[in-house]
Design a protein around this ligand. Structure first.
Ligand code: LLP
Length: 463
């Protein structure tokens, strides 16, 4: 995001030396379609609607804070990924971004597969009727119970993440009289251009088996020898919120290099290659994500080219987008509780949620935008920081944003692009009750995940 200060004038921001803020937008009432879910628009009365329902009605029925998810947008994005990759590739939605039983059903109906990474995600997927053979099971330390559950359910693949796990899954499968389809996750040594905590293909980290030093080749040797395993491919995931395709290019080159070595050593051509997820979305107007069809074209071309030069049959490609499907489809609706102007600094706007419903700002320095959605305003823009109600000064939802200067308690504001990694990373910090996820479609709203209640909190407290 640009860091230029806004034009001089008697506003709170003028003395700020450095920040993540740009000049205030020309029209604070406008909603940039880049960051808002597709059916979001501002009605003639100034109130924002989604799927034909006003945010004031949603706030009245479901309370705030609430995650509001545009179901039509979710389905359209899922379908766009599916269509872009076509019948010769598989799209696995990464459930860690946001998973619920309704989401599983939508994915099933739209023809996507599902990547899960815990027993909890697996049970959610199975209980909502996702066919087991369309589920991939991930994780760097799956418990024996989780592995057994996945093998018994006949999941389509388990992605092996360590030497111990190769032996563990083989042993469990064999003792159940099964042969489990597996991929091996390797780290290809790519530095993805993203935040350190969400970059995953450099070697100094916990995921995968390094290609370097022949470790991945050794993992393949072991997997091929074990009766309980059917090795179907190699997996690589280089990180998250990535815009630059060059990391995928290097990763594909190295994965195909390994496939070639496997062919040369074992006479086996593995049929699949999974390039993971990690495709970025627009959190602010400055982000320019690519469309699924461009990504599909680019990844398919890269793999095909690499295989041609290695004289390998092109394997079936799979990808695992999470954020790119669900991220843009939801916004978080908050009610303003207090507005505190700090002379010469900025105005602190406290909302009824915070780091318990969106930890990404505190954790990754993530940038978000925000808009007044319950009315329009012609007031002068003020530089605001949207903060939560938690007992922590780092409890920031939107670090720097312009909001109308007449913002007042009771106004509804919304933060777009919160569909991914917000509800799924939500916590009960300060015994906050986690917000509901309200799905809206064609004039109808329903909670697909209900709000937590005080009874839910007390039910767990068995002391
Ligand atoms: N596949 C694998 C093996 C993954 O580990 C991940 C994400 C994905 C796919 C999906 O990545 P996506 O397309 O959603 O970027 N909490 C962080 C992101 C952590 C991602 C972990 N793995 C955040 O809020 O940015």
């Amino acid at each position: 995001m640009s860091r230029s200060a806004h034009p001089a004038g008697p506003r709170h921001a003028d003395v700020l030396p450095e920040g993540h803020y740009s000049a205030p937008p020309a029209d604070l009432n406008a909603l940039d379609s880049k960051v808002w879910a597709r059916t979001v628009e501002r009605g003639e009365d100034g109130v924002v609607t989604v799927g034909g329902i006003s945010v004031t009605q949603l706030a009245e029925e479901y309370g705030t804070p609430a995650y509001v998810l545009d179901e039509a947008d979710f389905r359209a994005r899922a379908q766009a990924w599916r269509t872009a990759f076509g019948a010769d590739a598989d799209v696995f939605y990464a459930g860690k971004a946001f998973l619920s039983r309704a989401v599983v059903r939508w994915l099933h109906e739209e023809g996507l597969n599902l990547d899960v990474c815990s027993g909890g995600e697996l049970v959610t997927a199975l209980s909502a009727g996702m066919p087991a053979d369309r589920i991939a099971f991930h994780g760097n330390n799956k418990s024996p119970q989780e592995i057994e559950r996945a093998v018994r359910a006949d999941v389509g693949r388990i992605v092996l993440d360590s030497f111990q796990e190769i032996a563990r899954v083989a042993h469990i499968a064999q003792s159940l009289g099964k042969r489990q389809r597996v991929q091996i996750r390797i780290t290809v040594g790519v530095e993805a251009h993203t935040h350190e905590f969400i970059a995953t293909a450099h070697e100094d980290q916990k995921f995968g088996i390094p290609l370097a030093g022949g470790q991945a080749a050794e993992a393949v040797r072991r997997a091929l020898q074990l009766d309980g395993l059917e090795l179907i491919g190699i997996h690589s995931h280089i990180g998250s919120q990535i815009f630059d395709m060059s990391g995928f290019e290097v990763a594909a080159h190295r994965v195909v290099g390994l496939l070639k070595d496997i062919r040369d050593e074992h006479g086996v051509e593995l049929p699949e290659i999974d390039l993971g997820g990690g495709l970025g979305i627009a959190y602010t107007s400055d982000d320019d994500p690519r469309e699924p069809h461009e990504i599909a074209k680019s990844l398919t071309e890269i793999v095909t080219r690499e295989c041609e030069s290695a004289k390998l049959r092109t394997p079936r490609i799979s990808v695992e987008p999470g954020r790119a499907i669900v991220g843009p489809t939801a916004f978080t609706l908050y009610e303003v509780g207090t507005v505190k102007p700090l002379e010469g600094l900025r105005t602190y706007v406290s909302v009824d949620g915070g780091m318990s419903d969106n930890i990404r700002t505190a954790l990754y320095d993530a940038e978000y935008t925000v808009a007044l959605v319950s009315r329009t305003s012609d007031a002068e823009p003020m530089l605001a920081r949207v903060v939560g109600k938690h007992c922590e000064s780092g409890d920031i939802v939107v670090k720097d944003a312009f909001l109308p200067g007449d913002l007042a308690p009771g106004d509804l504001i919304a933060v777009p692009a919160t569909g991914a990694y917000c509800r799924s990373m939500a916590s009960n910090y300060n015994h906050a009750l986690r917000p509901p996820v309200v799905a809206v479609r064609e004039g109808e709203a329903r909670a697909i995940v209900r709000r937590e209640t005080e009874e839910d909190l007390l039910r767990l407290d068995v002391g």
